[in-house]
Design a protein around this ligand. Structure first.
Ligand code: AGP
Length: 609
């Protein structure tokens, strides 16, 4: 999704804002641009060469005069209008003295576009964003102060978005405003920044602040009619600049995969106290409210949804509460029956996925309690929920999630144990023992990761295949879904996931000798059933890969290749069986010469519907 970086203050370098945009590359983009604003006017450079746009922009940075005091930059993920040069941000008004960058969608854009055209403005792009610049121009022409014009126009815009605006007449001030979409303020060395995400400004800022919604904030020199930074709430960002540097690996995907054991361990350790008890990072309601819960719904998107599916088994197992899990974009348009003994859990790495935020917001408005499981401190999801569990995975740059997935499952497991204890289904000693055994899974994750080269060697005969099916039952079905998603995202191959018992109800018709079936068969209570399902697959001539616990030769005899993982308790098995599948997706994508970090068409943080 679009990324915004804007900086103001003594000698802001265009290169610094450019570096911020580089660090937002993971959000996904297809064009980019920057503007330098001075009293004499606005200079804009843009590039629209897909994922090479920033490289192209870099070659032209020297065209922006050095020693400026105000620079705004943008990476665009096309929504209204193709990713062309004309549609790339920043956009300006007819005078060229109002410049803005925008993230999100203006829902009433058609009506507003008609209005500005009727008023005689000349539109240079097909975007919804440019229309805003012309409306602000009208506000100024009507005698409004810049901040007033921004506020007045923003109040007319329907939808979720973030906007950063600068004016040639005020070259030492930038204005920002947001509704649901992410935007934060950062400061350091006497300079101030707006950014979509903290990693963009980690190397230039030392303090970070939340932005309120629907309120114009001015950074730089104070401006009439706008709130200054003094009204902002500080954010405790504990990531360091080097956390987002690629060191020792070809891609962030590979680096983050290798960090998975540490991410899981840091997450789980931070949610267990010195006595082996539970920690909830932010609990804004009385624990009694959680004790009386009678139903839990988990919502999320993509990989986070899959973590939620694992969470369902864990919560039902430990806390004996009925759990349903839904894709956030579906849940938000249902008419769920909610009340105050119902908990809705939003799982989101970024804490900024619009679908998840709106699903959780809707549940809160309907009276449910809410919990956020997120990797980003101060993200919107964390701010709106009644309680928060942070995953401590560190920044995840690769679009395809790895280390945050196991961290989410770890956090949900601890929440399940916490609820189990709170509701009296577990004695404190039992809960402590369960936490301790979960913590030990970190070494099994590390051991599985250490087998990466072996997995890749075993998978070599399959890298040319183009049809994959992932099957598993019970706790392994979400793992199958995650394996298929990783392969789809990274390799663009057809990959389907099914509950193993469901194959014979239809999908088995697709199997032939070209199909590869990856069967997840750890030693658990459904192992025999899955082995029988593998026999069904073999009988149709499909090639089979099994993922099994160490010391399970029987599973291996049914397959062309076996990927063994260290044995853990069956209830923790999704934390280790997912690893060979993450390795597999990376290996196949690499063999196809694809970019592991920025797969085509995808954005890391999906801030539009
Ligand atoms: C993960 O590999 C995907 N890129 C995607 O499915 C992601 O999990 C989804 O968009 C949700 O993002 P979130 O966790 O930041 O909410």
């Amino acid at each position: 999704m679009c990324g915004i970086v804007g900086g103001v203050g003594p000698s802001i370098q265009a290169a610094e804002v450019f570096d911020g945009l580089k660090r937002l590359e993971y959000r996904g983009y297809d064009s980019a641009g920057m503007a330098l604003v001075g009293a004499e006017g606005v200079e804009v450079i843009r590039a629209a060469t897909g994922r090479h746009s920033l490289d192209e922009l870099k070659g032209r940075l020297s065209r922006l005069a050095p020693g400026a005091n105000l620079v705004v930059g943008h990476t665009r993920w096309a929504t209204h209008g193709a990713p062309t040069l004309g549609n790339a941000h920043p956009h300006t008004d007819c005078t060229g003295r109002v410049v803005l960058v925008h993230n999100g969608i203006v829902d009433n854009f058609r009506e507003l576009r008609g209005e500005v055209l009727a008023l005689g403005h000349e539109l240079k792009s097909e975007t919804d964003s440019e229309v805003i610049a012309h409306l602000i121009e009208d506000g100024l022409a009507a005698g409004m102060e810049p901040a007033e014009a921004v506020a007045s126009v923003f109040s007319r815009l329907l939808g979720h978005m973030a906007l950063v605006v600068a004016f040639a007449q005020l070259p030492l001030t930038i204005f920002g405003i947001r509704r649901t979409s992410p935007l934060l303020v950062a400061a350091g060395d006497g300079r101030s920044f707006f950014a979509s995400d903290a990693p963009a400004v980690l190397d230039v800022a030392t303090s970070f602040y939340e932005m309120p919604e629907d309120r114009v904030i001015a950074i730089g020199e104070p401006a009439k009619g706008a709130a200054g930074t003094s009204v902002l709430v500080p954010l405790a960002i504990d990531w360091a600049s080097q956390d987002v540097e690629l060191v020792g690996y070809q891609s962030f995907y590979e680096m983050e995969l290798a960090q998975e054991g540490e991410a899981f361990s840091d997450t789980v350790s931070s949610l267990i106290d010195e006595d082996g008890g539970a920690v909830v990072d932010e609990l804004k309601v009385d624990p009694y409210e959680l004790k009386r819960l009678r139903k839990v719904t988990v919502v999320g998107c993509g990989t986070s949804y899959h973590a939620g599916l694992v969470g369902r088994f864990l919560i039902e197992h430990f806390a004996k509460i009925p759990v349903e899990v839904d894709v956030a974009s579906e849940y938000r348009y249902r008419d769920p029956i909610l009340d105050d003994d119902h908990l809705v859990v939003g799982v989101s790495q970024s804490g900024e996925s619009l679908d998840t935020i709106t699903a959780v917001k809707g549940a809160a408005a309907a009276g449910a309690k809410t919990l956020a499981v997120t990797n980003v401190i101060g993200s919107q999801l964390s701010r709106l929920a009644d309680a928060v569990l942070y995953t401590r995975a560190g920044p995840e740059v690769s679009v395809a999630s790895t280390k945050t997935h196991v961290s989410q499952v770890g956090a949900l497991a601890l929440f399940a144990i916490y609820l189990g204890e709170l509701k009296g289904h577990m004695y404190p000693e039992e809960a402590r023992e369960a936490r301790s055994s979960l913590r030990d899974v970190a070494s099994a994750i590390e051991a599985a990761l250490a087998r990466q080269a072996g997995y890749e060697e075993s998978l070599a005969p399959f890298v040319g295949s183009d049809r994959f099916f992932f099957i598993g039952r019970n706790l392994q079905y979400p793992v199958a879904l995650e394996g298929a998603l990783k392969l789809k995202e990274l390799s663009y191959l057809a990959a389907e996931a099914y509950p193993a018992g469901e194959l014979k109800h239809g999908p088995i018709a697709m199997l032939d000798s070209e199909a590869v079936v990856v069967a997840l068969v750890p030693r658990d209570r459904l192992r025999e059933k899955v082995l029988a399902n593998i026999e069904e697959v073999r009988a149709r001539g499909a090639r089979v890969i099994v993922v099994a616990f160490d010391g399970d030769p029987e599973a291996a005899t049914l397959a062309e290749t076996a990927l063994f993982v260290p044995e853990v308790r069956p209830i923790w098995s999704p934390l280790v069986t997912v690893i060979p599948l993450q390795v597999m997706a990376g290996a196949i994508a690499r063999s196809r010469g694809l970019n592991l970090d920025r797969p085509r068409n995808l954005a890391k943080t999906v801030t539009v519907e």
